[in-house]
Write a protein that binds this ligand. Structure first.
Ligand SMILES: Nc1ncnc2c1ncn2[C@@H]1O[C@H](COP(=O)(O)OS(=O)(=O)O)[C@@H](OP(=O)(O)O)[C@H]1O
Ligand SMILES: Nc1ncnc2c1ncn2[C@@H]1O[C@H](COP(=O)(O)OP(=O)(O)O)[C@@H](O)[C@H]1O
Length: 412
């Protein structure tokens, strides 16, 4: 019997889904199966010989029950259904099959009205040749002059295709709208959520395919802008302390918070552990699932602070390496920096301090799943700074973190 599931693909897969549904990935009509994916990687063609540069895949966890014949409704992160996949093949890491969507294009997201399907654009521009320009950043005067000259030579209409994906997406569309005003009358702008591919040659080939789908007689891939990230003192930063209970995380975090407030050069948010457990994570226990949920929530808030250039300090135990890595990824994906500070005070010293008497209770079996006693702590191997506070004055521990921020240019 056919089962119906719901699944939220990641941002890159959702972007690919939109291109599959709109026809921009023509002749593809769905996510690729094993034979096609292998053939693309080995020969640059689908299994039937049709040229195609990049495997377009949909990941599904190994323990997801979907099988061939089932249908999966694909949702965006807010829960809106974008399309339905009919599963034709189920591999250990993914799922393949054709996708179908509603008739209209995307209804929301920045510049939704500019994300138009190829068939509609082709019809509108059918009168003359089309010079399609794919772009991932602003066009400088030289490129604008080249586009104008080529369009004149071919008597072509210019179609700017800003490849709007991820955080930088809206800025690329704004760059295209600004460029339109400096190009011949009749230039159109259509936003295309094409995520970049590696290596550059594959990316270029895929851009050619998308430009073709939009009816290009000629395609010009505008040079990628040189990414110059802002200086560290203007970039968002998350300082994430991890370590056993009683290791000194909150004490050092509070000290760092004070140092930053005294310098006054950055806006700082301290996500205090107790406040987090009382408000953001109220009701959560210390099971693995609940600890992970707690850390993801902290990571989400910290990444939002950092997205807008703020500095967030967090100090949970965060015992699991994979969850800490998820937070690093969340923060870095908004263009901010992430520093992991491992407060590596040994268990024996934390237990000797036993500030809240919790270790004694844990040893007596009164607190189950207590980190270090009856629950795991995975030591980081990716810490940016490690501090064992045994015998160390508090000021000294705080200075070590403040010095790291100064030497990296995050504070001045
Ligand atoms: N079972 C168990 N294990 C560990 N810790 C426990 C437990 N039960 C209560 N507490 C108290 O909760 C504080 C740790 O909460 P966190 O939110 O930092 O933990 S976690 O990151 O979600 O694992 C921790 O506070 P800190 O001493 O500030 O680290 C403990 O006081
Ligand atoms: N160098 C140091 N850095 C941080 N805390 C220290 C240091 N030396 C001693 N301590 C003491 O260790 C305890 C750490 O407790 P706390 O900061 O609440 O730890 P955690 O937040 O990791 O549970 C405090 O009582 C603090 O005074």
């Amino acid at each position: 019997m056919t089962a119906i599931f719901e699944w939220t693909p990641d941002a890159r897969e959702l972007a690919d889904l939109e291109l599959l549904l709109s026809g921009a990935f023509h002749p593809l009509t769905g996510f690729l199966g094993d034979a096609d994916a292998h053939s693309v990687l080995e020969r640059g063609t689908l299994a039937d010989g049709t040229p195609w540069p990049d495997p377009v895949l949909l990941h599904l966890p190994a323990d997801h029950p979907a099988q061939a014949g089932d249908r999966i409704t694909l949702l965006d992160p807010e829960g809106a259904a974008l399309g339905v996949l009919t599963v034709t093949e189920r591999g250990p890491h993914g799922v393949a099959g054709p996708v179908e969507g509603g008739s209209g294009g995307p209804e929301h997201g920045p510049f939704a009205r500019l994300r138009r399907p190829p068939a509609e654009v082709r019809k509108e521009l059918a009168e003359s040749p089309v010079l399609a320009v794919t772009m991932r950043g602003p066009l400088d005067a030289t490129v604008l002059a080249e586009i104008t000259a080529t369009a004149a030579e071919l008597s072509a209409t210019v179609l700017l295709l800003p490849l709007a994906y991820g955080e930088a997406g809206p800025a690329v569309v704004r760059a295209a709208l600004a460029a339109r005003d400096r190009l011949p009358a009749g230039t159109s702008v259509v936003a295309v959520p094409l995520a970049p591919r590696e290596p550059a040659a594959i990316d270029l080939e895929l851009r050619e395919h998308v430009a073709d789908a939009y009816g290009a007689s000629e395609h010009l891939a505008a040079p990628d802008p040189i990414a110059i990230p802002g200086p560290p003192h203007r970039r968002g930063l998350v300082v994430f302390f991890t370590g056993l209970s009683g290791s000194g995380k909150s004490t050092i975090a509070r000290g760092l918070h004070d140092v930053l407030l005294e310098r006054g050069s950055r806006t700082v948010t301290y996500l205090d552990g107790d406040v987090v457990r009382r408000l953001l994570s109220a009701g959560l226990t210390f099971s693995k699932a609940d600890r992970d949920a707690n850390i993801r929530r902290i990571g989400f808030v910290a990444a939002e602070v950092a997205r807008h250039g703020g500095l967030a300090i967090c100090a949970p135990i965060a015992p699991y390496a994979a969850t800490r890595a998820e937070v690093r990824e969340m923060v870095e994906s908004v263009g901010a920096d992430f520093l992991l500070v491992h407060v590596a005070t040994p268990l024996a010293e934390c237990e000797r301090r036993d500030r809240k008497g919790l270790y004694a209770k844990a040893r007596a079996g009164l607190i189950p799943e207590f980190t270090g006693v009856s629950d795991p702590y995975e030591e980081p191997d990716d810490a940016d700074l490690t501090i064992d506070t045994t015998g160390m004055p508090i000021d000294r521990a705080v200075s070590r973190v403040a010095d790291l921020l100064t030497s990296g240019g995050w504070i001045r």
